[in-house]
Design a protein around this ligand. Structure first.
Ligand SMILES: [Zn+2]
Length: 367
């Protein structure tokens, strides 16, 4: 076993910083002596230990590029998952992160993948690509939104090759539209410098910060919401609630809510559903819930109520809290995206792909 001190240190650092990651999302890896140590599904980076990494044979993973897989996405992803599991070193029991194949292809000994709201303001902005080039030049690679899994790994592999064709070094930062960021480098210090330099540039560029000051919720509203939600959802639901100036701005009208109506990134769908619901008044919950269910086949886990605040529901208090954090994150992304040409959410096809993807339902279950 290699010394994983560097990997554990950097994983915990970004995993416990909400400016970079929420809800146990993100993943990291290290390459050493032909072995990829990559985060296993079901572990959070914030308190990860050696146990949280799966050891994989890099040359066995490389064989995946030489194979032909079915065109149909579910059959293809199932077969690739099988090959990924078979690429683990003997005795490994963990399930490699869904992004493991991608990690194996990114230059640098250490690779860190995060979803910072500030970064996603750019990756979810209509002019994100253009501004990314202006701010980061050849040090960055922009990758348009594609379905995750094999297609994403392949798209990045091809884009990196193309980037390096003219003699450029490998990109330090890879920005994925409607998703997040990959950073690859050889040392912990380099990884930290790239992240902090990038965050400083983005922070200096944005025109407005979200107004996160808390506004008190009406007395007993949370208890009322809990009763109404449990009735409407047909089972006892745990609830969370919060109001901020920004939440109330988005909750004000159908128009002001529009930037939040569709999700910005896959994590939002996995942990808080295909978008929050907005109500003029709490009494509308049952009927609006039905409309949402008819459209998406899933319950909304976040509910914005005009003049009141934001609420979330879940089977457990932890799930409700996670859903709330993800909706608050999408509000930040929406505000930041104003500085990058305005919000550009995921498309309906992409939303449905994530909703139905077995890998993602595995993640949600583990959480
Ligand atoms: Zn991700």
């Amino acid at each position: 076993m290699a010394d994983l001190t560097d990997l554990i240190k950097i994983s915990r650092k970004y995993g416990s910083d909400p400016a970079y990651l929420l809800a146990g999302g993100g993943n990291t890896s290290m390459k050493e002596d032909g072995v990829l140590y990559v985060k296993a599904s079901g572990f959070a980076l914030s308190d990860i230990t050696e146990e949280g990494f799966v050891r994989m044979n890099l040359s066995a993973m490389g064989e995946i590029w030489n194979k032909n897989y079915p065109e149909e996405s579910a059959a293809r992803e199932a077969e690739i998952l099988k090959d990924m599991m078979a690429s683990r070193l003997e005795g490994e029991v963990g399930r490699p992160s869904v992004e493991a194949l991608l990690h194996s292809n990114i230059n640098g000994r250490i690779v860190v993948h995060t979803h910072p709201a500030l970064v996603n303001g750019m990756t979810c902005g209509k002019d994100g690509e253009k501004i990314c080039k202006e701010l980061f030049g050849d040090k960055a690679l922009w990758v348009d939104s594609v379905n995750p899994g094999f297609i994403l790994a392949k798209t990045i592999r091809t884009a990196v090759e193309k980037h390096m064709e003219g003699g450029l070094p490998a990109p330090e930062m890879i920005f994925l539209q409607n998703h997040g960021l990959f950073v690859g480098a050889d040392t912990v210090t380099e990884i930290e410098d790239i992240h902090s330099g990038m965050m400083k540039k983005l922070a200096a560029y944005i025109k407005r910060e979200p107004a996160v000051d808390e506004v008190p919720l009406p007395a007993a509203f949370l208890a009322d919401f809990s009763d109404i939600a449990s009735k409407a959802y047909g089972k006892k639901m745990e609830v969370c609630g919060v109001a901020t100036t920004e939440v109330l701005i988005y909750a004000e009208s159908k128009n002001s809510f529009a930037p939040l109506a569709l999700p910005f990134n896959p994590d939002q769908i996995v942990y808080s559903g295909p978008g929050p619901l907005r109500l003029d008044k709490i009494e509308d919950l049952s009927s609006e819930l039905n409309t949402f269910m008819d459209r998406w086949g899933k319950i909304p886990q976040g509910v914005l109520i005009k003049d009141i605040g934001l609420f979330s529901v879940g089977d457990t208090a932890r799930k409700a809290a996670t859903a709330l954090a993800l909706v608050l994150d999408s509000i930040k992304i929406a505000v930041y995206s104003e500085s990058f040409g305005g919000p550009n959410p995921m498309t309906e096809d992409q939303i449905i792909f994530i909703r139905d993807w077995e890998v993602e339902s595995f993640r949600a279950k583990v959480q």
